[in-house]
Design a protein around this ligand. Structure first.
Ligand code: TRP
Ligand code: ZN
Length: 889
């Protein structure tokens, strides 16, 4: 294995080493004096020995990073320097037995903090990001989630430049100070771990609204943004109110403080953060209007606002005992936000897009060198574990519990979970135990879903005997080994199952041995062994099984459907997911056959059955436009790549482009009629944000893209017209995406016009960066390199990095994986540059290199060379070290 240039490799933290904290903190009084050179932080901690961690004197050990300690006072006595030890990441104080009061004085430089963890300054704004371990960069503290305290925070700053001073909870005092300074004191009555601490200071505009809870309490809602952006907060505010109502209706969860605040900041490592009463957001997930945000942006904003709000109960009131339990709050909260969005819009469409994300990003993670369980058991840097596995697969695990218990059972489980654990820091196991105890359902084997990594494959074979009218369905499961887990046990897998009759209607189901099936047309079969056979009786000939309906488990399904079965299900399955899945499978088979042909030096010809299935779907006017647009989307290149033993990037790209051309050309009249009909329904201004209107726009854009793909001039003409930058963003982006790969002056002109119109709006400019970086044109890498010098680009702003660099490395497989290795060299260089500034983002950017085993030998070698170059950097962060070393292991 390759060794880093590290003196000693960073050491992993292990779940099995968990021990309760020796000391608890009951209250924190924090004073933060913001200054241009230094920020002074004084913390008064009232603590005591933790009865759950033994008795007798124990030294107080606090976490701390990147700060200058100035003084320590214990129970009123200032300690001499000889009485404590300051290490690189720990402060060790004398042993204490009983209650204590500790005062820590230190100073920090937020203006130099480019990692965007702890307290940092971005432009004229001070803000914090403390999850997971950022609070230790603000003051010395037992920075772990099982230490929960009541916080009172006093902020002092220059009044003119920082008129707005915010922290968690309620503002209890404000006042003037000498030298043009002022202060505010905030008190949060709820005990919380340090990772939920937040404060903000700056010159911000504020939009205020209010919400009356179910029990009649009035809550003030405030969204803070850079002055001038107030007009772009309406959608976030409405989303917040809808989330608050939904959580009351579905779970009985009411908001618990008098004020709920959101602050939008432009330099932010991730999407948003659920700090108690003071959510901090990446501005990209707050600011929206129809001119600058697409319908997709609007929907993401709604989902993320809901996600952070929902954390108030699932995360804040009940938090995690340790970071291995991260999915306790994240998996559950993603499940809740997915259900919220499904209720607000179209359930089938939401399910399809969630499954697409899971398959496109989580399945590869689960099959690669960084695979880990939903509850990891070891990590080097916890920031690397905010993953699609912990979040999205974690949500699927909660969803399976929901499926097994039913909606009422699940709600009973949630009620018991809150009744038992409100105010506590708990484990995934506590959650499962509450679900079991509330319903009597045994989930002991189900717990494997938390501890076992890897995506199971479920194999389904069936046989129908016309004489006895029995259909025997044989199911088996296998999970491939993953790093550190060579062998796997069978897990309980809920499979929602139906049989679709020849006439297209689902059949009433009866299992062998049952007196009658009660007329139900769907059953949840639980495959809880390695293999089993279930028999349905009274099954007429020609019935086709509809399996894994609603994607009832995060598995790969290998089912014995013929192409005819798939074409049939694509038109007849009463489960929307099943219908979409059937067409996806049919298309995938056809595309993989085309890849095979190209590899063999033969022309790639699209299976006519795909075209016919598309034609039939296009003609089915019972389908909602949004759903139809999902149905008509071919599987993406990375999904196709994964389905191959070796991801042949060029052939996959060529096959998919050819399939799109054929579908565009053969069905051109259908696309064109659809496009005209939908465009006529679009009101001028295009500000209708109803689910139906968004669906119509999605479908119109899909039709337009197929017309362009056909190669006919008419498609290009329509797209050029729709791309004019005075249109609404959904339409403009739809047109630009359709044109983006073309080697034509019209494409360049459309992008240039967009740039000229939006170059001073950073969030819109990001769309342009991503388009430039995502084009399949051969000059793309040169373009991207040139754009690193664009005045609108900055390596310090993660959104810019993700748009331009990520748009190329993660969003453009055919160019990133250029056979000459130029894409890999470029990424290695950028990761190293970024690592010196922001290790958390640098580690994420390294991801496109880790699955090098999926590629041919030449590419694999070039990718590992790039990883070696990274890992040999003498100053590498442990964030990037962990990812690169696992990739090379
Ligand atoms: N807890 C946040 C969420 O899922 C995400 C988060 C974790 C985060 N660490 C972060 C956000 C660091 C920004 C920066 O809602
Ligand atoms: Zn979250």
């Amino acid at each position: 294995m390759d060794r880093a240039a590290h003196e000693t490799s960073p050491q992993p933290v292990r779940l099995q080493d968990y021990a309760p904290p020796p000391h608890l903190i009951d209250s924190v009084e924090l004073t933060v004096e913001l200054g241009d050179d230094w920020t002074k932080v004084t913390a008064i901690l009232s603590g005591r020995r933790n009865p759950a961690a033994g008795s007798g004197p124990a030294p107080i050990v606090l976490d701390g990073q990147d700060q200058q300690l100035q003084a320590v006072t214990l129970d009123g006595r200032r300690l001499a320097e000889s009485e404590y030890q300051v290490g690189a990441e720990k402060l060790t104080l004398p042993a204490v037995d009983g209650p204590f009061e500790l005062m820590i004085e230190g100073r920090i430089r937020p203006q130099d903090n480019t990692a965007l963890e702890g307290l940092y300054r971005s432009g004229g704004l001070y803000c914090t990001q403390c999850e997971a371990e950022g609070f230790r960069r603000i003051t010395y503290y037992p920075d772990r989630p099982d230490v929960m305290a009541v916080f009172t925070v006093r902020i002092e700053a220059d009044k003119e430049r920082f008129p707005v001073l915010l922290a968690n909870g309620n503002c209890v005092e404000t006042g003037e100070l000498p030298f043009g300074r002022h202060f505010a004191v905030w008190h949060d009555p709820f005990r919380k771990p340090a990772y939920l601490f937040a404060m903000v200071a700056g010159d911000l505009g504020c939009v205020e609204d209010s919400y009356v809870t179910r029990s009649g309490r009035e809550v003030t809602l405030r969204i803070y943004v850079d002055p001038g952006n107030e007009g772009r907060t309406g959608h976030a505010m409405e989303s917040l109110k809808r989330s608050m109502r939904w959580d009351e209706e579905v779970y009985g969860f009411e908001y618990d403080l008098d004020v709920f605040m959101i602050v939008a900041v432009s330099a932010f490592n991730m999407g948003a953060m659920e700090n108690k009463g003071l959510n901090i957001f990446n501005d990209k997930f707050i600011l929206a209007d129809p001119d600058t945000a697409t319908d997709g942006d609007f929907q993401r904003i709604e989902g993320i606002v809901a996600h952070e709000y929902f954390h108030n109960w699932t995360g804040n009131r009940i938090t995690c005992r340790d970071w291995f339990q991260l999915s306790l709050k994240e998996g559950l909260t993603v499940f809740r936000d997915q259900e919220f969005s499904a209720d607000m819009h179209d359930r089938g469409v939401k399910r399809v897009s969630d499954v697409r994300l899971l398959r496109t990003v989580q399945f590869p993670e689960d099959a690669g060198p960084t695979a880990h369980p939903v509850r990891p058991d070891t990590y080097i840097e916890i920031n690397n574990f905010y993953t699609v596995t912990v979040y999205e697969k974690g949500s699927e695990v909660v969803r399976m519990i929901h499926t097994l218990l039913g909606p009422d059972g699940f709600r009973k489980g949630m009620d018991l979970y809150v009744e038992r654990h409100d105010g506590q820091a708990v484990t995934c196991d506590d959650f499962v135990a509450a679900m079991e105890d509330a319903t009597g359902v045994d989930l002991s084997r189900f717990r494997l879903w938390y501890s076992q990594a890897g995506t199971p494959t479920v194999t389904a074979r069936w046989q129908h005997d016309p004489a006895t009218r029995r259909l025997d369905l044989t199911l088996s499961q296998a999970t491939p080994s993953t790093p550190g887990q060579p062998t796997k046990q069978p897990m309980p897998i809920p499979l929602r199952t139906a049989l679709i009759g020849r006439n297209g209607a689902p059949l009433p189901l009866r299992l062998d041995g049952e007196p009658d099936g009660g007329g139900a047309t769907e059953r949840v079969l639980v495959l809880d062994e390695a293999a089993t056979t279930v028999s349905f009786v009274d099954v007429p000939p020609g019935a086709v099984p509809s399996l894994l309906r609603g994607f009832s488990a995060p598995v790969k399904l290998d089912a014995a459907w013929s192409e005819e079965d798939l074409a049939f299900l694509a038109g007849a399955d009463d489960d929307p997911f099943g219908r979409w899945e059937a067409l996806q499978s049919l298309s995938t088979r056809a595309l993989l056959a085309m890849v095979g042909a190209l590899r063999a030096g033969k022309p790639a010809v699209l299976d006519q059955r795909v075209v016919e299935a598309f034609r039939a779907s296009l003609a089915d006017d019972r389908l909602e436009p949004a759903f139809l647009s999902e149905l008509l989307a071919l599987p993406g290149e990375s999904l196709l790549g994964q389905a191959l033993d070796v991801w042949h990037v060029d052939e996959v790209h060529a096959a998919r482009a050819e399939a799109r051309r054929v579908i565009g050309e053969t069905l051109f009249d259908g696309w064109s009629a659809l496009y005209e009909r939908l465009s006529a329904a679009e009101p001028a201004g295009g500000a209708d944000l109803s689910t139906a209107a968004m669906g119509r726009r999605a479908l119109a854009n899909a039709a337009l893209a197929y017309m362009v793909a056909s190669g006919r001039e008419e498609g290009i003409r329509l797209a050029v017209a729709q791309a004019r930058p005075d249109g609404t963003m959904t339409r403009v982006m739809g047109a630009l995406v359709a044109l983006n790969d073309l080697e034509r002056p019209e494409r360049d002109a459309a992008l240039a016009a967009f740039h000229d119109r939006w170059q001073n709006d950073p969030l819109v400019l990001d769309k342009w960066f991503a388009l430039k970086a995502g084009s399949a044109r051969t000059d793309t890498l040169d373009q991207v390199k040139g754009l690193l010098e664009h005045p609108g680009f900055s390596i310090r702003i993660p959104n810019r990095v993700r748009a331009l660099i990520g748009g190329f490395t993660a969003g453009n497989p055919v160019r990133f994986h250029a056979a000459d290795g130029s894409g890999y060299d470029f990424l290695a260089e950028q990761v190293l540059a970024l690592d010196a500034i922001n290790p958390q983002v640098a580690a994420r950017m390294t991801q496109p290199l880790v699955r090098w085993r999926k590629f041919d030998a030449g590419r694999g070698k070039a990718m590992t060379d790039a990883l070696r170059r990274i890992i040999h950097s003498p100053t590498l962060s442990k964030d990037v070290y962990e990812i690169a070393s696992k990739a090379l292991a």
